[in-house]
Design a protein around this ligand. Structure first.
Ligand code: GRF
Length: 195
């Protein structure tokens, strides 16, 4: 059974998809803990599933590196490391510091609402719409020290409709994301995907 720590900032619908998959009879991973960088609404999902959850707020630390060290210390308590378990950034709107990446890579992945290397960064959906592409998608990828530059693990294509708003397109992407991310985690847990 793979122990997964999930990092969030927002509504946590990807977290919920992971919690649901982990609760299914054939599950080969469990969500060991959830951490957020702010009082994210998604933390409620962890509580509903009886999973330990906490806010590790960067504002309480002197700088990003200290915040990263505090977060790493919390995650270590759940037995997750570069050799064991998995850290999943699922909507964490923050760049993880280098020392954090070095500690957990390659067992550190992210989900991004675009087909990387297209549209990295915090406004991937808006940028795809502005570029006028007819399709975009979702990418699950390794986290490295750059912004959405880590090696791609899996991708899925999502069509863009001509009259899409950013919200509508993001929701269509997230529907796909909520399937792809648990699939990838399950494949990692089952050894079908080597990190
Ligand atoms: C996802 O689309 C994720 O890729 C992006 O932010 C969104 C988070 O959604 N970085 P949720 O909090 O899982 O609902």
């Amino acid at each position: 059974m793979l122990d997964v720590v999930v990092l969030i900032s927002g509504s946590g619908s990807n977290l919920l998809a992971l919690l649901r998959r982990a609760a299914s009879p054939q599950a080969n991973f469990r969500v060991a803990a959830v951490f957020a960088d702010r009082p994210a609404p998604g933390l409620q999902h962890a509580e509903n599933y009886g999973v330990p959850a906490a806010v590790v707020d960067p504002k309480q630390y002197g700088d990003r590196d200290l915040w990263g060290a505090a977060l790493a210390a919390q995650i270590r308590k759940f037995g997750v490391s570069a050799e064991c378990g998995l850290v999943v950034s699922a909507g964490l709107m923050r760049i993880l510091p280098a020392a954090f990446v070095i500690e957990f890579a390659p067992r550190l992945i992210n989900t991004h609402p675009a087909l990387l290397p297209n549209f990295p960064g915090a406004h991937a959906v808006r940028d795809a719409l502005a570029a006028g592409v007819t399709q975009t998608g979702v990418t699950v990828h390794h986290i490295d020290e750059g912004v959405d530059t880590g090696q791609v693990i899996a991708q899925a294509v999502v069509p863009v409709n001509p009259d899409d708003t950013e919200e509508q397109l993001h929701e269509r992407i997230k529907e796909r994301e909520r399937q792809l991310l648990p699939d990838v985690v399950s494949q990692i847990a089952g050894g079908l995907l080597q990190l």
